[in-house]
Design a protein around this ligand. Sequence first.
Ligand code: PNW
Length: 442
Amino acid sequence: MRFRRGDFPEGFVFGTATSAYQIEGSRLGGAGPCHWDTFAATPGNVVRAEDGARACEHVHHWPEDLDLVRDGNFDAYRFSVNWARVLPEGRGTVNAEGMDYYDRLVDGMLARGLQPWLTLYHWDMPSDLAMRGGWANPDVAGWFSDYARLVMGRLGDRITATATINEPWCVAWLSHFLGIHAPGLRDIRAAAHAMHHVLLAHGTALQALRADGHRDLGIVLNMEVCAPASEAPEDRAAAATQDAIFNRWFLEAITQGSYPAEALAGLEPHLPRGWQQDMAQIAQPLDWLGVNYYTRRFHAAAPGQPWPATREVPGPGPKTGSGWEIYPEGLEQFLLRAGAAVGKLPIHVTETGMAWPDQVVQGQVNDAERIAFMDSHLAAAGRALKAGVNLQGFFCWSLLDNYEWAEGYDKRFGLVHVDFDTLSRRPKASYVALADALTRSS
Ligand code: PNW
């Protein structure tokens, strides 16, 4: 690849990322069930009704997986804790085996010279709490905050940076309005409540963690370019509405304590009563912001449909294996936009990557497309850095092929190929190319 570590400033953090439910094996090690286990079991929700019960069996393979992160010459490993693994009922009784496992995992990173980057919520809502309404229930802010304090009380002394929530848009909108992720609702009221409570949970936990003495606290937002399908005013308005729901809702809430008018136009009647009083709590000072970036989507007006009355139309560019348009310029745009919103605060690209139907041919996976993708997105990040954005890290999604949520195991995002029958790991060409590019010249 063209990229070299030396293209970026000394001290810039290069990492790779995973999440608990996608790799660990949700039924191993005494974890409680989470809403993905039940969502996946209902036919029609997930390709072939696959779930994360076994996944990559990372709970058994973690030493080998951390060796891969180290041998790839990465500085950092972004991982998440499964809420239901430490608290099988979401609150109350602690699963000591689960806590001990994360304790060893973090020590394993330190022993290999890797910075542990923790995400507290990457989508594994414990089933008992999901049955009480999950993100639609206002009590979720307290449940999440208690869980966050428990995990950080045990691990916090060794964590480099902590994110409260991964991708609140997915947690709230994709899951409660579009119905694509667990709990699979298509309900504007539940969606509006989740859109608010996920941010309230973030702010409440952040405040509690800071009071406990923890630092380097942030959140990870996914940002997606929302482009108009044409220059017609109604299509431009459709794109603006989607941008308000997808990007501005979260960024403006955490940085300004307000929601954008274009989204309130549809959501305000459905928000919990008294939501305005929570906005100060939501806009807690952050120590850093994570940006996940994958694609650009085009939106057109859909007259006669209920709000937001938009529909998606395909973009012109080349697509990944999940049909997402490859558009590296969007990463640069969002880093500039995030930089303008957070000022001097450090920003990290906490995920980017692509799915590809990788195949093992004569013992090798030649994923040239992924090498080109990483090159173009690293270059986009480099341009944002040159433009003055305080960008300090870049994490590739993902270390391993894993459970790609509603897409099951078909969509391979890994730098390392996983054979889901034998669970053997095989570094792809992209892993080798990155390891080479990240070598420290002494
Ligand atoms: C992100 N969408 O998820 C997540 O953080 C990862 O867990 C995931 O594996 C990765 O991106 C690749 O998909 C998303 O449908 C999943 O718009 C779906 C969507 C967006 C983000």
